[in-house]
Design a protein around this ligand. Structure first.
Ligand SMILES: Nc1nc2c(ncn2[C@@H]2O[C@H](COP(=O)(O)OP(=O)(O)OP(=O)(O)O)[C@@H](O)[C@H]2O)c(=O)[nH]1
Length: 238
């Protein structure tokens, strides 16, 4: 083993199979990222071979939620405990996540689709294009109607922006159409989807978006883009 090599890091032989499409799902705490993964698994697992990687700072709670939801065979759901700012594991040093994705591909491949959920964070987290071929950024109406105007790389540059929990809009006095218009104004033509897990037509639109990215990935015409770096931040070091 070369000097300086991390003994815990696995090394993967190149797989003799097409690589799965990797879609990252990021967004602030509680906006519905795990629910989006569960919805996509329920909708697409009958037609696609899928796996999931979750990121939590201290626990494997999101993975346990998805396992208990019964949306995929439990062994296809892996948890990465980031043990640090969740930005780090999806952006600065993606090796633990890449390990998890490649382990799943080795064990259950060929896979069509791997979904990677970021740890809940503020508005600034984005995936490195080295980890995610495409990324969904999720905000929700419960965060208030002005969230879409606040910007940040996920809102302005993610491949898809989801405005989630639209069924709650009347209860929190938010105008969903206005929120979507605000978001579209800062996204330069990139798509915005108003979603509720209780609204089948919006769920179908989400699944169709995934199918369209997968078709481009398979055709070799999908190019991962970087929504841009997160805002400057620092980590306290004990
Ligand atoms: N009414 C409604 N509730 C939703 C919807 N999507 C998610 N929720 C609820 O919102 C809460 C948070 O959802 P999660 O999917 O756990 O959110 P998350 O972003 O993964 O949360 P963290 O991993 O803690 O950041 C749960 O109580 C969900 O049931 C929706 O479309 N409508």
């Amino acid at each position: 083993m070369p000097e300086n090599q991390n003994p815990n890091q696995h090394f993967h032989e190149p797989l003799n199979q097409p690589r799965a499409l990797r879609i990252g799902v990021a967004g602030p705490v509680g906006t519905g990222k795990s629910s989006i993964l569960a919805t996509l698994c329920r909708t697409l697992a009958g037609e696609l071979s899928m796996a999931v990687v979750t990121n939590d700072i201290y626990t494997d709670e999101d993975a346990r939620f998805l396992r208990s939801a019964g949306v995929l065979p439990t062994e296809r759901i892996r948890a990465v405990e980031t043990g640090a700012c969740p930005h780090t594991a999806i952006r600065d040093d993606v090796s633990a996540n890449l390990d998890a994705v490649e382990d799943l591909e080795e064990a259950y491949g060929p896979l069509d689709l791997v979904l990677v959920e970021s740890g809940g964070d503020n508005l600034t987290a984005t995936f490195s294009p080295a980890l995610a071929d495409a990324q969904i950024f999720c905000i929700d109406v419960a965060g208030g109607g002005d969230v879409a105007r606040k910007g940040g790389p996920g809102i302005t540059g993610a491949d898809l922006l989801v405005v989630n929990k639209t069924d709650l809009a009347p209860h929190v006095e938010v105008d969903v159409a206005g929120m979507v218009t605000d978001a579209e104004a800062v996204r330069g033509g990139l798509p915005v989807l108003a979603l509720s897990k209780h609204d089948p037509s919006s769920v179908a639109a989400l699944a169709d978006w995934v199918r369209s990215v997968l078709a481009r990935h398979r055709a070799g015409s999908h190019v991962p883009t970087d929504p841009g770096p997160m805002a400057p931040h620092s980590h306290p070091h004990p």
